[in-house]
Design a protein around this ligand. Sequence first.
Ligand SMILES: NC(=O)c1ccc[n+]([C@@H]2O[C@H](COP(=O)([O-])OP(=O)(O)OC[C@H]3O[C@@H](n4cnc5c(N)ncnc54)[C@H](OP(=O)(O)O)[C@@H]3O)[C@@H](O)[C@H]2O)c1
Length: 254
Amino acid sequence: MENPFSLDGKTILVTGASSGIGRQTAISCSRAGARVVLLGRDETRLQQTLAAINSPDLHLVYAVDLLDYDVVGKMLKEAVSQVGSLHGLVNAAGISTTLPLKLLSPEKMDHFFRTNVHSAIQLTKLFIKHAAQNNDGASVIFLSSVMGMVGEMGKTIYSLTKGALIAGARSLALELATRNVRVNTISPGVVVTPMSQSAVYSQDEESLNRVKSLHPLGLGKPEDVANACIFLLSDAARWVTGTNLVVDGGYTAR
Ligand SMILES: NC(=O)c1ccc[n+]([C@@H]2O[C@H](COP(=O)([O-])OP(=O)(O)OC[C@H]3O[C@@H](n4cnc5c(N)ncnc54)[C@H](OP(=O)(O)O)[C@@H]3O)[C@@H](O)[C@H]2O)c1
């Protein structure tokens, strides 16, 4: 019997593939049968991801800053010329911070929106135009966060960007349904990655224990989010669009 969760025959573009959740998503997608196109800025860490992937020769790696829209456009065209159409896009690249209101400058806000929102929307636009040209449709995922759904002290700027992704993905899902492109967000709680390890709460044991205690199932692993991505990318989710899949160890259950 065919496995509906298999990614056999699919090609998936993953941003943030040089670290954390994006890296694990790329590795897990390859194990589920996909060919992957890896995007990140740090060439060395991208190559480390590639080294952990099945059949490294099959996959493509591009070191690119997602804010360089011209370079990203050229990269995507080049990738499509090599792999043909693409079936999935995981927008995992992102940045986080903890800042009180008095430190929220317009420049900071702009940088966060450009990195977490604009670059992902721009890449999705290019993906739809150049890449998702196949009869099987496609799946687009945005990595949001529980901070896009509930609040936390000092998380205003991050929450604004993550909430924007949840809201925007719903409208995009409606707009792209006729083209058989599904659009969803995933909202993780705290996952152990370089991002969370460099967060303010990870710098002292008391704060880290407080954050841990807010997750009834403990902190997440990158695999927990990668598996959710595999589901949404696979044919098992063929009727799932415009939704926000919460993967948070129970953080938002209370
Ligand atoms: N970890 C968590 O607890 C958690 C919880 C909820 C949601 N999330 C979300 O999940 C996603 C992945 O987080 P993570 O924990 O895996 O973070 P991470 O380990 O810090 O990795 C972030 C990735 O984003 C890439 N990136 C950032 N800015 C970029 C840019 N301008 N152009 C290209 N790539 C860029 C980085 O590339 P380089 O390293 O190559 O520069 C890196 O690969 C993020 O969107 C984050 O907001 C994380």
